[in-house]
Design a protein around this ligand. Structure first.
Ligand code: DQA
Length: 147
């Protein structure tokens, strides 16, 4: 089985971007962490990051061909993108939504997610460790679906 790790806009700047909010780990650290976790659970992981909404939609559509689940941090598109939500609804792959920061402790506009209602789980405020939890959870969901 294979997971897609999908990171959205500005997450390429992890580590340097508002470190007091997002910490010091880089996107490369996050991808390594998620891949190590996935591999320890017998899963492969493909990592994609894009700042553009359409590219994220394309990646979700492509995942239908060769992935079994998705870990997604859609960044600000979480709060704006009906297109990305529709993409997840269309491919019907299980996915776990991650936010590094605790979006509920921040501005009102970060409290709503267009993705959350479709997500298998949502992990917020656990820092980059949230990606580890998300991969672990998806592994369990996929194992259950298999039995
Ligand atoms: C984020 C939270 C979003 O509100 C924000 O736009 C991001 C990062 C997080 O991981 O905490 O870009 O998704």
């Amino acid at each position: 089985p294979r997971l897609l790790l999908l990171n959205g806009p500005n997450l390429n700047l992890l580590g340097t971007r508002e470190p007091e909010v997002y910490g010091s780990a880089t996107l490369q650290d996050v991808e390594d962490l998620a891949r190590t976790t996935a591999e320890s659970l017998g899963l492969e992981l493909r990592a994609v990051q894009s700042n553009s909404e359409g590219a994220l939609v394309d990646a979700v559509q492509a995942a239908r061909e060769d992935c079994d689940g998705v870990v997604v941090n859609a960044g600000a598109y979480t709060h704006t993108s009906i297109a990305l939500r529709d993409a997840f609804a269309s491919v019907a792959l299980p996915f776990v939504e991650v936010h590094v920061s605790n979006v509920h402790a921040r501005e009102e506009f970060r409290h709503h997610s267009y993705l959350a209602a479709l997500a298998s789980a949502v992990i917020v405020g656990a820092g980059v460790q949230g990606y580890v939890f998300a991969v672990q959870r998806l592994a369990s969901v996929l194992a259950e679906a298999d039995t």
